[in-house]
Design a protein around this ligand. Sequence first.
Ligand code: MN
Length: 244
Amino acid sequence: MTTPSRLLADVHLSEQHPARTALFLQVLGNQAAASTAVYLLGDIFDIWLGDDDTRPLAVSVATGLRALTTRGVPVYWLAGNRDFLLGPQFGAQTGVQLLPDPVCLDLHGTPTWLSHGDQFCVDDPAYQAFRHKVRNPAWQQEFLAKPLAERQKIAQGYRADSQYEQTLKPEAILDVNRTAIDALWTQSPARRLIHGHTHRPALHVTTLADASMATRYVLPAWEATQGYALAVDTQRVWLETYTA
Ligand code: MN
């Protein structure tokens, strides 16, 4: 048995859920600290408007992550659709390493794709149009150049926009598109994918056209007082549940 790595997504940390934040910090100090590596697969923050955000929530999470990396646990961050503005300054402050989405890496001997998952939800054109806009480096540069208060105002405006809000509601998130997933398998011999975003935790096993077997793990979203991580070692993959 080896020390597992742990993968988490969709924690949705916000001031509205202090118990969830406390649980997340507790997991960083305990299970995460006893991991080979920790992979944060997006939407860890319910919203992130720039690395100059110094609200207490941001500071306490950054402090917890810094403590973890200082202990020698590598922590990787792959952005979600809510915290995609997290950038190099946060990385330098915490020691967290930013990953592109999707990324294919060796996870305890098994080549594995990691992704937040929203890019596979191509059946939602309104969401994909929004994603295309805000993932544009020019848009991001312009947005981040605005004062934080103005960014907060713009984000509130987005939330007031019913169509935009609709695309972010957990119950309204469309599932991944099978063809979009299949395109991934053609890009590398890796036959394992781990992602979040859809709030539809599952293990999907499919046989591909080349007769190989592909497995797709979908991480659960954290609840008010309950959290989850997928633990992976050389032998096994299992879900851990944490309760506040
Ligand atoms: Mn998401």
